[in-house]
Design a protein around this ligand. Structure first.
Ligand SMILES: Cc1ncc(COP(=O)(O)O)c(C=O)c1O
Length: 461
């Protein structure tokens, strides 16, 4: 049982002596279980129908290795499997192999991005990688960035910096402008920032789901008449429901004329900006003050991996630096905990770094192009006499039967999602502007045209 564990204290932690044979055996066994789970995905489907996993809590004595490995297997058997080719519901693609390795190394290192002294190499790595991304998108030498756990937090880092930069830190009249198709987490950001939902001004979108520039101008004039102080405009580079791209050039011109911070929520589409892939509307992004890029959402960097890039690093320093009195500082190196919301943070940047180095720019481009190709194939072959299709230049498609009443969309999508999952296809049913849609996200590298044909047969029949 667990006795040998308790008696042999070395097993609690890696040993600083010897070869850590026990740890190697355990890691090998865990890797084996994980790899078997990947390769059984085809048999088990994207969502397990077996709900047998029991959330057993720690007991008085520690459990045996055998107990724990059997719990791990049960947990895996009851988990969503992003590797299955029918996993097409969300922005959660299969994990990149080198990102999985990065995750292991980050866990073993257990370094802390709070401070340079707790993560010397990783601090430099994160700083350099942010700078590399910033330069790739056309920012100048003052630029840089900070990693965070997900798009919501990167956007929040940007908005707090924008408000601080505008000198509106405590002003209850400060407002944020986003399109009506922007991600729902902006409501959360506004609440966290101590503002009312009315401080989030929604700009209409056109029939392609892009921010309507004439409505933006009208809203700006209205804000000025009502003495509202705008601390930022958000342009979305890839909306969640249909992958639309707001007209960044026009929005950035307006921001420049009126001296307003432009934040680009590139959680979905931002990564395209470092490739040569032509995306309609994706231009002038180096005119922004900040941009969120979330490589976990398309190219398979394991969660979480999001970056906020800023055109001027001093905006982050001025906003978040409080001093860390218990940490030694080095004049030339910024403690990463002093330029963003998060304090202690894992060395997650390793999985982004290893993933990107493994892929190279060609590999990144290949993955992104393949997503667009799958989307194009889907749109070309879906019965467009039967469905209204909503999609932009990225890899996301929402659709609904023509003439379906909004009140019937709930039942129709629910029935369809159930029917599809029984056939091993997982799609999502987002609620958007008062009705439900079916949504397919073509970010899964394992999905081949034959799978899409199979999916279309189920939809078109
Ligand atoms: C456009 C956009 N922005 C922000 C987010 C929030 O990202 P996260 O879930 O990583 O916090 C999402 C999530 O899908 C998104 O689609």
């Amino acid at each position: 049982m667990a006795e040998d564990l308790i008696n042999n204290k070395d097993i609690y932690f890696p040993s600083y002596l010897g070869t850590n044979d026990k740890l190697i055996t355990l890691l090998n066994r865990a890797s084996q279980i994980l790899c078997e789970w990947f390769s059984k995905a085809d048999k088990n489907g994207p969502l397990p129908l077996d709900k047998s996993f029991k959330c057993i809590m720690p007991a008085e004595d520690g459990n045996s290795e055998e107990d724990l490995f059997s719990e791990i297997e049960s947990l895996l058997k009851n988990s969503f499997n992003p590797v299955h080719p029918g996993s097409l519901a969300h922005l959660d693609p299969p994990p990149l192999i080198f990102s999985i390795l990065g995750e292991l190394i980050a866990a073993g290192l257990n370094n802390n991005l709070l401070a340079y002294e707790l993560s010397p190499s990783v601090t430099l790595l994160e700083e350099s990688l942010c700078k590399w991304f910033a330069q790739k998108i056309g920012f100048n030498d003052f630029s840089g960035g900070i990693a965070a756990s997900g798009g919501t937090l990167s956007n929040l880092n940007a908005l707090i910096a924008a408000r601080n930069n505008a000198g509106l830190g405590t002003n209850p009249n400060s407002v944020l402008l986003v399109s009506e198709d922007a991600h729902s987490s902006f409501v959360k950001c506004i609440r966290i920032m101590g503002l009312d939902t009315n401080n989030l001004v929604r700009i209409k979108t056109d029939n392609q789901g892009r921010m309507d520039i004439s409505d933006l101008r009208k809203s700006l004039d209205k804000c000025s008449i009502e003495n509202k102080k705008i601390f930022a405009i958000v342009a979305t580079l890839g909306t969640t429901i249909r992958g639309a791209v707001d007209p960044i050039k026009e929005i950035s011109d307006i921001c420049k004329q009126r001296n307003i911070w432009l934040h680009i929520d590139g959680s979905i589409g931002g990564i395209f900006a470092i490739t040569s892939i032509q995306i309609e509307g994706l231009n002038n992004i180096n005119q922004a003050n900040s941009i969120t890029i979330n490589p976990q959402k398309i190219i398979g960097i394991t969660k979480t991996s999001s970056l906020l890039l800023v055109s001027n690093m001093s905006t982050l320093k001025n906003t978040f630096n409080t001093g860390l009195p218990y940490i030694s500082s080095n004049e030339n190196i910024i403690n990463r905990g002093e330029i963003g919301i998060q304090g202690s943070r894992p060395a997650e940047v390793i999985k982004l770094w290893l993933g990107l180095r493994f892929l190279g720019l060609n590999g990144i481009e290949n993955i992104l192009k393949s997503s667009i190709k799958r989307k194009d194939f889907f749109i070309k072959n879906i019965n467009n006499n039967k469905f209204d299709i909503y999609s932009g230049p990225l890899h996301i498609v929402s659709f609904l039967p023509k003439k379906l009443e909004p009140k019937d969309s709930d039942a129709w999508t629910q029935t369809k999602v159930n029917e599809l999952i029984n056939n091993n296809f997982m799609l999502s049913r987002p609620k958007f502007k008062g009705k439900y849609f079916l949504r397919v996200v073509m970010g899964n590298y394992n999905t081949k045209e034959s799978h899409i044909e199979e999916l279309l047969k189920l939809l078109n029949s």
